[in-house]
Design a protein around this ligand. Sequence first.
Ligand SMILES: Cc1cc2nc3c(=O)[nH]c(=O)nc-3n(C[C@H](O)[C@H](O)[C@H](O)COP(=O)(O)O)c2cc1C
Length: 181
Amino acid sequence: MANVAVIYHSGYGHNQRVAQFVLEGVKTAATAHEVVIDAEGNVSDADWAVLDAADAIVFGSPTYMGMASWQFKKFADASSKRWFTQGWKDKIAGGFTISASPSGDKFSTLRYFFTLAMQHGMIWVSQTVPNDGTLNRLGSYGGLMAQVGPTSPPADIPQGDLDTARAYGQRIAEFAHKVKG
Ligand SMILES: Cc1cc2nc3c(=O)[nH]c(=O)nc-3n(C[C@H](O)[C@H](O)[C@H](O)COP(=O)(O)O)c2cc1C
């Protein structure tokens, strides 16, 4: 079974909820590892070891001011240690984000995850659930997007967004299994 790590930051619980559904999808076809970036942007040594051992890494951050949170960026900058040796080369990668506005510039965050993955020599997995108005209602194929209004709690995230997150996690796990066995 492939190993898939889902690493994410969440300031107020919304992205954490999305991450739970990505993880649920991963678990259908791979061993899932949850790695949380804390409020100071730190990841434990044990969690770095989990990332190093993973066949696939899924990046997650809320979109803040049109980009990943500074806590995620601190983690990304710290990953430069792996970049020097191309330690994550050929790992599979994907990403997810949530924001409050319908667009909210979420694509900027996904594009950053893609660039980070390319710097590491990773292989990016697209999001393939078609937009039927409920599933993938935001029409995102470069990664997973979710959205809920600025005053809404995590429990109000539309189920279609969460189901799409689950399907994306499953796709990454199945692809990891296909490539890595
Ligand atoms: C500092 C900050 C910046 C934000 N910037 C954006 C933004 O650029 N676009 C947007 O649509 N929502 C923005 N939001 C709203 C969050 O993306 C949204 O509330 C998200 O669900 C928060 O996820 P979290 O609870 O996991 O932190 C911002 C929120 C904060 C706190």
